[in-house]
Structure formats: structure tokens, C-alpha cells
Design a protein around this ligand. Structure first.
Ligand SMILES: [Zn+2]
Length: 310
């Protein structure tokens, strides 16, 4: 069985073909073409290339930022804005002559890590992206949970829990609400918080470097950051109680986060004990393309998907 995944990123589009064990059979990439019809062509060309290299026809899964209506495949909030409002999944299904599955990048991370990554073997796995934005995805028994509305795991747009008066109402989010987690615990949130406290614009890397050197303003910003992250994780623990929490995105490389989180989460969990593994994503940037390929993990499903559609 060949599983083809596409990671439809803002700057590049990557395709990979995996075998059932998760080995790469082929991997190619192209720049994001910047227009809708060209995007369909790019995806079709990349799939033709990986299938030629892999020596067979595969199932097709696509991962893209933004969110996707589960019934129509109409794209919402994609950073490749020309996709928004378009039936990308359906159009690809027609262009490729077989059914295509589509999921957002955080869901692809969750699935990839649950199948053979940091959450392999976990009953309940929750994956978090802490990058420019902040997303989440939920997998149970190695399968993605998307929900009837396609919003399961949409962790970035719930409000920061247990806010202090200084954190209320919180920055206005692009989604229209105030104080969404994305405004606080993404890399962008860390930078804005540091700027609001110090008047200094700094990159996330510079703030983390300052924290490691003991610079008071950076230390304080990191302490606020990790405390907010702990609160946010405690809420999802109270709802889904994951065995494993996987963190991806740029901030997942900050090792101190993993040292600090257990003591910040545990007191806010509604239980006398709490233990779960919190781990960085195994596959890093490749989780998008690998998780997309894994959208067809059920062999019976996959057989149906490979039938040529009229
Ligand atoms: Zn929001």
C-alpha cells in the first residue's frame, strides 16, 4: 500500500509517498504557485512524480493550514488565501480521479505523531503547534478525531483560562474574539507580550536567548509564557485527559518548556494526581506531509479510495 501525502504550505508544496511502515518511497517539492488553477496542477504534477518514483498508485491526503469544512471541503482561514471559499478537496478529487482527504496542519501533526511518532501507542494523544499561530489536534487509538463540525482539537481559539486582571480581556484575535490562546501561547504571542512589557520588539529566539542568559525582562516573559501554556494545557487535560501531549512548531525546540510544564499543569487539573508524557514532535516539519499521508490509514477505506471515480 502506498500512501501519498501533500503538505500544502504557504511558500512550498511538498509531496511524499510512504509505505505501510512509514518509510519514504519518494519526496518532492515545488514552490506554492500562488493561484488556484495552478495549485491544482502543481498538486497533480507532484503526485505524478512521487507515484512514478514509488512505482504505484497511492491514496491521497492533503494537509493545509486553516480549517476545512468537513462536508464540502470548502477552505476557511487558509494562509494561501486564494484557496478560501474554494472546494479544493472536491476539485482535486476530480483532477486526480480518486477521493482525496484533507485536514489542517495541526490535525496532520496529531495523526503523524500518533501513528509512529512521539505518541505512538497512546490511547489519547493531543498535539499542539506553537509556532506563528497555535493549533491543536486530537487522535484516539491512532485515528484522528475531527468531529461533525471539523473543529475537534481547535485549541487556539478558546480563551486563556484563569486570566489575571492584566490579562483581561486580552489582545483582540483575528478570529474576532479577545484573549484567544493563539494571542498568548503562539510564538507571536510571546513576542507581543514581551513588547507590551518592555517596549522592545524582539524575535522569539532573542527572547529565549535572553531568558537563558538570565536577563530579567526575558525571564519574566518566559515565566508568563510557560504559566499561560500550563493553564491552557490543564483545560484540555480536564476535557480529553491525553496520555501524551505532543508539541510541534518553533517553540517545541525550547527544552525548558518540558521541564516546567508538569508542575504548572498538575495543580490545575481536577484530580489528585496527573501524569502524562509531554514530548516534542518526532517528525518535526515532516509531520504535515506524513500526517496527510496517514489520513487513509484504514486498509479497507484505502481500497475504496483507489477505485477510479467516474
Ligand atoms: Zn481567536
Amino acid at each position: 500500500m502506498i500512501q501519498v501525502g501533500i503538505d500544502f504550505g504557504g511558500t512550498k508544496v511538498e509531496a511524499a509517498a510512504l509505505d505501510a511502515q512509514g518509510n519514504y518511497l519518494a519526496r518532492v517539492r515545488a514552490p506554492n504557485p500562488g493561484a488556484y488553477d495552478a495549485a491544482i496542477e502543481t498538486v497533480r504534477d507532484l503526485i505524478a512524480q512521487v507515484e512514478q518514483q514509488a512505482g504505484g498508485r497511492g491514496t491521497i491526503g492533503i494537509g493545509a493550514p486553516g480549517s476545512i469544512s468537513p462536508t464540502t471541503g470548502v477552505m476557511r482561514n487558509a494562509n494561501s488565501v486564494y484557496l478560501n471559499g474554494r472546494t479544493f478537496r472536491e476539485d482535486l478529487t476530480v483532477a486526480l480521479g480518486r477521493e482525496v482527504r484533507l485536514a489542517n496542519d495541526a490535525n496532520c501533526l496529531a495523526l503523524s505523531e500518533a501513528v509512529d511518532g512521539a505518541a505512538a501507542g497512546a490511547r489519547v494523544a493531543f498535539a499542539i503547534i506553537l509556532g506563528t499561530g497555535c493549533g491543536g489536534g486530537l487522535a484516539v487509538d491512532g485515528r484522528l478525531v475531527e468531529g461533525p463540525n471539523g473543529v475537534a482539537g481547535e485549541w487556539g481559539h478558546i480563551p486563556l483560562p484563569w486570566p489575571t486582571p492584566q490579562e483581561t480581556p486580552g489582545p483582540r484575535c483575528w478570529c474576532g474574539q479577545h484573549g484567544c490562546l493563539e494571542m498568548w501561547v503562539s510564538g507571536t504571542g510571546l513576542r507581543h507580550d514581551f513588547a507590551a512589557a518592555t517596549g522592545v520588539q524582539a524575535t522569539g529566539e532573542a527572547i529565549i536567548a535572553g531568558f537563558r542568559q538570565g536577563e530579567p525582562a526575558a525571564v519574566a516573559a518566559f515565566e508568563r509564557y510557560v504559566d499561560r501554556l500550563g493553564r491552557a494545557i490543564a483545560v484540555l487535560v480536564n476535557i480529553a485527559d491525553p496520555d501524551v501531549l505532543v508539541i510541534g512548531g518553533g517553540l517545541s525546540n525550547v527544552g525548558e518548556i518540558y521541564e516546567r510544564l508538569p508542575a504548572l499543569v498538575a495543580p490545575r487539573v481536577f484530580s489528585d494526581r496527573w501524569s502524562a508524557r509531554i514530548a516534542p514532535a518526532r517528525w518535526g516539519d515532516a509531520s504535515g506531509v506524513r500526517g496527510a499521508a496517514r489520513l487513509w490509514n484504514d486498509p479497507a477505506d484505502a481500497q475504496a479510495a483507489l477505485k477510479v471515480r467516474a
